[in-house]
Write a protein that binds this ligand. Structure first.
Ligand SMILES: [Cu+2]
Length: 438
């Protein structure tokens, strides 16, 4: 009887809650104009995008997806609130005034950790004349905000094998394209060969590299390439080429290490922040000792423009990335862990492409027993048995690190600058079956 009563009360409460939530959302009238929509993703400790630009004040449908692993809410400055569980979505109508709105997460500490943002009304459109259909501007915006974001193909983290021979022809094609930078977010990127980061080159000291750079006619911008592993005059090999042009950049691999290459066309900040970078691994002439696994990891930042638009250069100039990522997509190795054998020797080539933020590269649960950073080496089995917990990499610095996983399980890969872990700088190394209890 008591159980029956409890169930009845629960049903009543659920009905009341359902009634309340529907009454707080004004139903769309049949004759009402189409409502434009906005999308916001909840990250582990942030929103993406954190700044939304709308063309005009008015009623919008806001779709919120919690892509993080923890519960969050979003409270707008006009009092509208949505609570969203991990991997769930919710939506509401929102009346955005001319002055815009701010929003944040009300869970303790979340706002302070960076979960806040704002909606800005731009009023960029020219005034609409009374008799003309107001449809045009709206349709354009609606098309942008309601587009379906495709899933992404994970970037293969395996380092390519050392290229055979002493002379290497490398083709780099500057490709301007919209790509996924996080679950639910795209950005107009500028790339080498269509991917961020560009291809990893793996050569030896003494090798010659012939880079055939091409800027297809269909591009809008001039591009160039600057190989940090080369010693050439900036105004010779690194000059920009216009759409429709090609050039040859020849260099010798004189020094070993993990090196950056990037587009240096003006403004270089914009071209790097938009994805034009990659890694060059130069091994010593005698090679590196054999290990069981080799991976190449590039850390970098994205500064989202308006939905899918080009990089926001103002944000890029003020240390406020929307995403900090490993190999071009936020959290991709959290969702697709990097698999290794337990007790096996793992070598990682790590590059911080920036363009702005430092990395403190760390793999939870491991100790690096070899680190070769910018020409300085921590040797395994050194006198005193020293080890390394995190490798500091300023923008454009690279390192070779080696470690072993002690047991089956998960080993998170992060930058220990933890303000960026919630923005996508999180991956998992999965040793064995990933379960320490088996
Ligand atoms: Cu460029």
């Amino acid at each position: 009887m008591l159980r029956y009563l409890k169930t009845a009360i629960m049903l009543l409460v659920m009905t009341l809650v359902a009634c309340q939530s529907t009454s707080s959302i004004s139903p769309k009238r049949a004759d009402a104009p189409a409502v434009e929509s906005l999308s916001i993703n909840m990250l582990d400790m942030g929103y993406a995008p954190a700044k939304l630009d709308v063309v005009h004040a008015g009623r919008y449908q806001v779709n919120v997806a919690n892509t993080s692993t923890v519960p969050h809410d979003i409270v707008f400055s006009n009092g509208v609130k949505l609570v969203v569980a991990p991997n769930k979505k919710a939506s509401t109508f929102l009346d955005i005034p001319e002055s815009g709105l701010t929003f944040s997460c009300s869970l303790p500490g979340h706002k302070e950790a960076g979960m806040m943002g704002r909606i800005v009304v731009n009023n960029e459109d020219p005034p609409v004349i009374e008799d003309q259909p107001a449809i045009k501007a709206q349709t354009k915006h609606e098309h942008k905000s309601t587009k379906i974001i495709p899933d992404y193909t994970p970037y293969n983290p395996k380092a390519p094998v050392l290229q055979s021979g002493k002379v290497h022809d490398i083709h780099l094609i500057a490709e301007e394209k919209e790509s996924v930078v996080a679950k639910g977010a795209t950005q107009q990127l500028w790339t080498f060969n269509g991917h961020v980061p560009g291809p990893v080159l793996h050569v030896r000291v003494g090798d010659t590299v012939l880079v055939h750079l091409e800027n297809p006619r269909t591009n809008k911008l001039a591009h160039s390439v600057d190989f940090h592993a080369s010693q050439v005059a900036w105004n010779d090999e690194m000059t920009s080429i216009n759409p429709g042009e090609k050039k040859l950049y020849e260099w010798q691999a004189d020094y070993a290490g993990v090196w950056m290459y990037h587009c240096g066309s003006n403004p270089a900040l914009h071209h790097i922040a938009s994805g034009m970078y990659g890694m060059v691994i130069v091994e010593p002439a005698e090679g590196l000792p054999k290990v069981d696994h080799e991976f190449a990891i590039v850390q970098s930042e994205f500064y989202l423009g308006k939905a899918g638009d080009i990089t926001d250069l103002h944000k890029a100039g003020s240390h406020s990335p929307d995403y900090v990522v490993f190999n071009g997509v936020a959290n991709q190795y959290k969702d697709h862990p990097i698999e290794v054998g337990t007790g096996k020797k793992v070598r990682m080539y790590v590059l911080n492409a920036g363009p702005n933020e430092d990395s403190s590269f760390h793999i939870v649960g491991t100790i690096f027993n070899r680190v070769i950073k910018e020409g300085m080496e921590l040797v395994p089995e050194n006198k005193g048995h020293y080890g390394s917990q995190a490798v500091d990499l300023a923008p454009a610095q690279g390192a070779i690190i080696e470690f072993t996983t002690a047991e089956d399980g998960l080993y998170p890969m992060v930058t220990h600058a933890f303000n960026y872990v919630g923005k996508g700088a999180l991956g998992l190394i999965k040793a064995g079956d990933g379960d320490p209890k088996n």
